[in-house]
Design a protein around this ligand. Structure first.
Ligand code: PGA
Length: 311
């Protein structure tokens, strides 16, 4: 099919930059399709991955996040809001962001306005305007006061046909609207076991950032979320999370230089909870967390924020 043809052509390119540029303009390719192709060929495209040691951590800001994909209560008197009220004044340098479905953004903003908690979106459509009934553009989110938008969450990739190309378009849309994208990347269990984790992550990060200039790239958040750890209760070890997050910063440094690499926030997500948060966040290149299940338990989420506040 179309994707296969493009990949076949691209495989002969010498440099991944050219490979990424071409696929961006020639059509949709999903990174899982690419990975399958690469494995079938017994090799991967020539992506250079250097683990040259930690670049010294990120921006020094920690951004734990919660996603209310389900039916959590967000109003001003909910248990979570009450618990957060107790802890937030003590949070000195940890930024907290709660990402909610678009229909809950206004309610969440009211509930959290005095708590120094920002409210973000879980998805966006990439077209600026046009007849796309039901879709929500970046400008519409911005008008609501949103500053962060999750892009390419694995569930969106899995259930809603989100590809590396649409992720790239969404990243541009969010940045052009003056907001910050939180770009989710992560390998499957099969990819980890086959030893191609960093190749896959490199591919996803490069696709997501294709065409993004350095002055916009510094506003990006990358969330490393191994697919096998999301919602499964199985967490990456601190070492695994640390290695991949360090690898992501190395990719960004190679693309944009050390200054931008330091500005970018890199998070770990995937069954982060009250027990494992401190160890994961202690990794030099893990600047924060993207938290799903544990965010629905107020006491746990508060404990994760506390862990993020330990220097
Ligand atoms: P989890 O979810 O913390 O429940 O694994 C993470 C996510 O959905 O991004």
């Amino acid at each position: 099919d179309c994707s296969f043809q493009i990949l076949k052509k691209c495989y002969h390119f010498e440099w991944i930059d050219e490979y990424v540029d071409r696929i961006q303009f020639e059509g949709y390719i999903d990174s899982s399709v690419a990975a399958t192709w690469e494995l079938n060929l017994g090799g991967v495209p020539p992506i250079a991955v250097e683990n040259t040691g930690s670049s010294g951590g990120g921006a020094g800001r920690v951004v734990p996040m919660v996603m209310y994909a389900r039916n959590a209560e967000l109003h001003a008197e909910s248990e979570l809001t009450e618990e957060l009220k107790k802890i937030m004044p003590r949070a000195k340098w940890c930024d907290t962001l709660i990402c909610v479905p678009a229909c809950n953004i206004s309610t969440a903003m009211k509930a959290f306005k005095d708590l120094r908690i920002s409210v973000g979106a879980e998805n966006v459509y990439f077209e600026e305007k046009g007849a796309y009934t039901g879709e929500i553009s970046a400008d519409m989110l911005k008008d609501l006061g949103v500053k962060y938008v999750i892009v390419g969450h694995s569930e969106r990739r899995q259930y809603f046909c989100e590809t590396d190309t649409t992720v790239n378009k969404k990243v541009h849309a969010v940045l052009n609207a003056g907001m910050n994208p939180i770009i989710c990347v992560g390998e499957s269990l099969e990819q980890r076991e086959l030893g191609v984790t960093m190749e896959h992550i490199t591919y996803q990060v490069k696709c997501a950032l294709a065409g993004v200039p350095a002055e916009q790239a510094r506003k990006v958040v990358v969330a490393y979320e191994p697919l096998w750890a999301i919602g499964t209760g199985r967490t990456a070890t601190a070492q695994q999370a640390g290695e991949v997050c360090e690898g992501i910063r190395t990719i960004i440094r190679k693309l944009y230089g050390a200054h931008v690499a330091r500005s970018v926030t890199i998070q770990y997500g995937g069954s982060m909870n009250a027990k494992n948060a401190a160890e994961l966040l202690a990794q030099p290149d893990v600047d924060g967390g993207l938290i799903g299940g544990a965010s629905l338990k107020p006491a746990d989420f508060v404990e994760i924020i506390n862990a993020a506040n330990q220097e």
